[in-house]
Design a protein around this ligand. Structure first.
Ligand SMILES: [Zn+2]
Length: 266
């Protein structure tokens, strides 16, 4: 059964939307990930998670081609990032959802692979709901159910900050996917973002209440935030599997939610 949107013909897309399949929209960015990982890390990982999820539940979802670019202006002191503006990103995401809604998809799950896209994917999903009447939701794939538990079980890096960016978490998944593109000889631990009482950040452990994002060059010399030296392909395979089954669980939950009509209560 086909599940990749781009490989479908128009009658197949019509059939898929009428069958109530959930449209999965991966979104990430292109940005520096230390001296050991390619700049497509967020994109490749996010697409791999979505692909693995769709492959086990092709009858319930359709995998839309990813939105490759995201919000990375704070990374521009490093060579490589391609950032798009906040308003452009929101408009882009809403336009994708609006197109899907136009073709009859009633449920959309945006799967995000880049931390700094988080507020935007939330807004995109909200706007899609009010503007098109679909049921749209957004999730960061590392927040999918079961991922945190798997990551904490495997974790050898520091509890706060060890899994952040180009870290044990991301490097492990990249190693599981394309070890030939990872240069572990150049992987280095860097925890220089200076956590304080209410400011800290960790992909798995979450962020402190003092939420802010300084320029990446202020936070890291190598571009790494965390400890990629603890990464292994085996951990990556476990994280990938956890994230994929977490996405399937979210899709099934979204599918089972009854859609009710708006009521004008003026
Ligand atoms: Zn990343």
């Amino acid at each position: 059964m086909k599940y990749r949107y781009g490989e479908m013909t128009w009658p197949e897309i019509a059939e898929a939307s009428q069958a109530g399949r959930v449209a999965i929209v991966p979104i990430a960015t292109i940005e520096d990930h230390g001296p050991h990982l390619p700049v497509d890390t967020d994109l490749r990982l996010c697409e791999a998670v979505c692909e693995a999820a769709a492959a086990v539940a092709p009858d319930r979802m359709v995998l839309v081609p990813a939105i490759n670019h995201g919000f990375s202006p704070h990374h521009m002191d490093f060579p490589g990032p391609i950032t798009i503006g906040a308003k452009t990103l929101i408009d882009y995401g809403v336009d994708v959802c609006t197109s899907l809604a136009h073709h009859g998809f009633r449920r959309i799950l945006i799967v995000n692979g880049h931390g700094s896209n988080t507020p935007f994917v939330d807004i995109i999903a909200r706007l899609a709901v009010v503007q098109t009447g679909v049921l749209a939701a957004a999730v960061n794939y590392w927040n999918a159910p079961g991922v945190r538990e798997a990551a904490e079980r495997l974790r050898e890096s520091d509890a706060i900050g060890g899994m952040n960016h180009a870290c044990e978490f991301e490097t492990s998944i990249y190693l599981a996917l394309r070890p030939d593109l990872v240069d572990m000889a150049k992987a280095r631990r860097e925890l220089s973002h200076r956590p304080t009482e209410n400011y800290w950040t960790d992909l798995v452990g979450g962020d402190g209440p003092l939420a802010m994002m300084e320029p990446w060059s202020v936070l890291s010399e190598s571009g790494v935030m965390g400890d990629p030296t603890k990464a292994t392909a085996e951990k990556g395979r476990a994280l990938l599997a956890a994230a994929a089954s977490g996405i399937v669980a979210l899709v099934d939950e979204l599918r089972s939610r009854e859609m009710r009509s708006r009521v004008d209560r003026h």
